[in-house]
Design a protein around this ligand. Structure first.
Ligand SMILES: CC(C)(COP(=O)(O)OP(=O)(O)OC[C@H]1O[C@@H](n2cnc3c(N)ncnc32)[C@H](O)[C@@H]1OP(=O)(O)O)[C@@H](O)C(=O)NCCC(=O)NCCS
Length: 128
């Protein structure tokens, strides 16, 4: 059964500016360890990549219905990549336990980005 669906749209330039202004601090505040595994090194790619991660985290928080805050922090949700490139969500141990309590058994994510905008959609499911 569908528990929730979340969508988010992020301005790549806004993230590019934050990366420029805050440097590594921005990534430290935002990143789950899984996000770091695939992070690119050039400034343009970085802005798109982190904008997409930002969108993924917000879309997840909306699907859960909590928003980003007490129950979900940016760092606790990460995006892994399967061999074929398909993204998958990963969680901190604490958040994993929280999801179990909500009886959430499956999560789905899709990401897209252009030079200017990144977006993500997340669907959470309960049941077998
Ligand atoms: C829900 C949340 C994720 C929305 O974030 P946002 O990016 O500010 O706003 P968006 O335009 O993407 O989304 C707004 C919509 O989210 C939906 N929304 C609001 N609360 C929600 C919740 N608890 N669960 C699901 N959806 C929610 C509403 O439909 C809202 O639209 P409306 O204002 O027309 O009713 C917000 O609670 C949040 O956690 N923001 C964190 C922002 C933050 O910490 N930013 C740091 C910047 S570095």
């Amino acid at each position: 059964m569908i528990f929730g669906v979340g969508i988010d749209l992020v301005d790549v330039e806004r993230i590019g500016k934050a990366l420029k202004k805050q440097g590594p601090r921005f990534i430290t505040r935002l990143a789950h360890p899984e996000d770091l595994k695939f992070a690119p090194s050039t400034a343009t790619q970085k802005a798109q990549y982190w904008a997409a991660r930002f969108a993924a985290k917000e879309a997840f928080a909306k699907a859960l219905g909590t928003g980003i805050g007490k129950d979900v922090s940016f760092k606790e949700v990460g995006v892994a990549k399967q061999k074929n490139g398909k993204p998958d969500l990963r969680y901190s141990t604490r958040l994993h336990t929280f999801l179990k309590k909500q009886k959430i058994t499956r999560t789905h994510i899709s990401i897209t980005h252009t030079e200017t905008t990144a977006a993500a959609v997340v669907i959470l499911e309960t049941g077998k």
